[in-house]
Design a protein around this ligand. Sequence first.
Ligand code: FES
Length: 147
Amino acid sequence: MAEEKDKIFGSYSEKVMDHFLHPRNCGEIPDASGIGTVGNVICGDVMRMYIKVENSIIVDAKFKTMGCGAAIATSSMVTEMVKGKTVEEALQISNRAVAEALGGLPPIKIHCSVLAEQALRSALADYYKKIGKDPSAFEPRPDTHEH
Ligand code: FES
């Protein structure tokens, strides 16, 4: 049984397991500057991201994810990555960068990192709408990855 477990979890990096088992920034920001909610229609997982922006800098980010372990790990990592960045810098964060920061993901789980990128972009778009700027550059890109 223990051997079976290793076979299953062995395909994940230590960082993925760490962020899955000890997610950072899990929760809500009640007075968030932007909130983005995205879902994957195939697996049904849902991710919500909250960002707090002060003087164009993302000072806080939190998430709530109903989803797989990789979705939780990528939510946790992306919220860590955006803190201290400007809104424009945060727009440059790709799902690939999130997966790389986690030490990689199995190919079948790459779409989970796409969800994290989309949730971030959706929260950024919501922030732009709130401050009266054109949010189109921040709208989530369509998920082109196979499940
Ligand atoms: S299986 Fe749906 S986001 Fe991972």
